[in-house]
Design a protein around this ligand. Sequence first.
Ligand code: CTP
Ligand code: MG
Length: 232
Amino acid sequence: RPVVALVPAAGRGVRLGEPTPKAFVPVGGTPMVRLAVDGLIASGAVHRVVVVVPAELVEAASTLLSTTTSLTGGSMPPVPVQVVVGGAERTDSVRAGIAAAPDAAFYLVHDAARALTPPELIARVAAELQAGSQAVVPALPVVDTVKSVDDAGIVTGTPDRAHLRAIQTPQGFAADLLRRAYATDVGATDDAGLVERLGIAVHTVPGDPLAFKITTPLDLRLAEALLADCSR
Ligand code: CTP
Ligand code: MG
């Protein structure tokens, strides 16, 4: 039952502030999207990868990702990597990825910007799907106190931190469920948010601090430092 990874990599990276679209910014000399795809393949849990990029970078991405399949070595079948054009919002890009993989039984939706995600985390999400969960997300305890505020910035509440989690990717879904979630066009900051609106239980597995999303210049410096440590 094919597990297809969808990798949204079509964002501009406004908060990172580099001239290149974020997924193509190198970390330790390797573009984030390539690191993310390598991690998915190294997990051994993915049969096919669909990478969603800005229109002007389709060719560059195809070249960049054309040799990733050799990573698995001789023992496992090669993992095909396909590149498609994304859209203005992340949801548009994921929708383009879904359309490119109509044969999937499961989707793992994984941000290119989570370039350092350990393959073990990816395998954990896939295993939870294979065990029967329809929707699964990696979750970490929240370290800061989180408050809600009104439009004027006045605090309106403090949810109990014990019941809050920071959510990462890859997020895993039974394929027909994610297709159904995307059939309704409403905004959400993650894919599970759309699935929740269908009233489906979303399961959590333990996340990993290394799966942090590279969003700001500080995140990029952290990622560079972590990769420099590894190669020592
Ligand atoms: N993404 C995408 N298509 C979009 C917007 C985002 O495929 N229209 C992808 C990004 O490339 C990234 C992931 O979704 O891998 C998470 O989004 P985010 O971290 O917000 O990246 P950007 O949108 O590029 O960054 P920013 O919001 O700072 O511009
Ligand atoms: Mg964004």
